[in-house]
Design a protein around this ligand. Structure first.
Ligand SMILES: Nc1ncnc2c1ncn2[C@@H]1O[C@H](COP(=O)(O)OP(=O)(O)OP(=O)(O)O)[C@@H](O)[C@H]1O
Ligand SMILES: [Mg+2]
Length: 305
């Protein structure tokens, strides 16, 4: 099927439309209004984020996508309270975000586990820091390790686990404090394709079973469509919201849907936004600023191509 025969990504089946209606009736968990971030450096100012407006409702799954350098990590760091914004505001349950807090769980791409602690102690660390007793913290940790399917590895050390298992521990560690929202910055970016696909399905299963709202950053268009209710598309320099897409792919999601007309229509729209046709493409990818200088390091005259 070629692109002309695809439906519009705006077409929604009655079930999908009804689901978005239900989501719109839920309370707002996260509200971002006119958020801006300007970095001052000796080389000049960078407007990493400008006038970002969006809100996320309870138990909604929102993905953020955009070219490298468009401010995705800056946005999530501000929401995590790890960085300060320079304009606007971000509210969690109506309260301005001013610093880190237990009401937000974070999962990054790099494995942020403590290598000297066992899996169980990694998960117990947060509750214990927050004043839970040892036994209660252990009980909580085992419950969340069970949920991510790692209870048998409670006494293993992070280096004994695969990449996917380590990210499961990171998810358990983020959820053990029972946050209102899970903030994920390319959490599966370093995993191989098969493990990544398994982790996506696993994350959806977790999300279905607990009261959690998810904001998930990714570079991967398929991942965003597979996971999200809505996709926030950012553009770079300055980092602004370009479009918000309601994903028309019905739930429950299955890998079999990757080839469905709704899925491909959404992907075609994302591709239009993220990779505009070459002749119009603005030089906004970070990598475009760095022009590699290629030196030939062979004197064999037979070209490989
Ligand atoms: N600490 C900092 N100081 C100065 N500039 C920064 C800082 N952190 C980020 N920037 C700039 O802000 C912009 C947004 O960066 P950010 O890391 O948020 O982008 P990103 O969308 O997460 O990129 P990627 O897809 O590569 O992870 C970039 O132009 C970057 O150079
Ligand atoms: Mg980033």
């Amino acid at each position: 099927m070629n692109q002309e025969t695809l439906p519009s990504h705006l077409d929604q089946s009655p079930e999908v439309r009804a689901r978005f209606e239900r989501i719109r009736n839920r309370e707002v968990i996260l509200e971002v209004r006119g958020l801006g971030k300007r970095y001052r450096t000796p080389q000049g100012d960078t407007e990493a984020l400008k006038g970002i407006d969006f809100s996320v409702r309870r138990r909604e799954f929102v993905c953020v996508i955009g070219p490298s350098g468009c401010g995705k990590s800056t946005l999530i760091r501000i929401l995590a309270g790890l960085d300060q914004h320079t304009d606007g505001e971000a509210l969690l349950d109506g309260k301005p975000i001013k610093g880190p807090g237990q009401d937000r769980g974070m999962v990054f791409q790099g494995y942020s586990l403590f290598p000297w602690l066992t899996v169980k102690k990694n998960v117990m660390f947060g509750p214990q820091m927050n004043g839970r007793g040892r036994d209660e913290a252990e009980h909580d940790a085992m419950m969340w390790l069970d949920l991510v399917g790692l209870e048998k590895f409670a006494d293993a050390y992070p280096h004994q686990l695969s990449g996917g298992m380590r990210q499961r521990v990171a998810i358990a560690r983020a959820l053990v404090n029972q946050p209102r929202i899970l903030l994920m910055d390319e959490p599966f970016g370093a995993l191989d394709a098969q493990t990544r696909a398994r982790m996506q399905t696993h994350l959806i299963d977790i999300w279905k079973n607990i009261d959690i709202t998810v904001l998930f950053i990714t570079h991967d268009l398929d991942e965003a469509i597979y996971l999200a209710d809505r996709i926030l598309v950012l553009k770079a320099h300055p980092g602004e919201v370009q479009e918000v897409i309601e994903v028309p792919v019905p739930r429950p999601r299955t890998p079999g849907q990757f080839n469905s007309p709704e899925f491909r229509a959404t992907k075609a729209r994302l591709e239009e936004l993220i990779h505009p046709a070459a002749e119009h493409a603005p030089e906004d990818e970070e990598d475009d600023k760095v022009k590699p200088h290629l030196i030939r390091l062979t004197d064999i005259n037979d070209n490989v191509e």
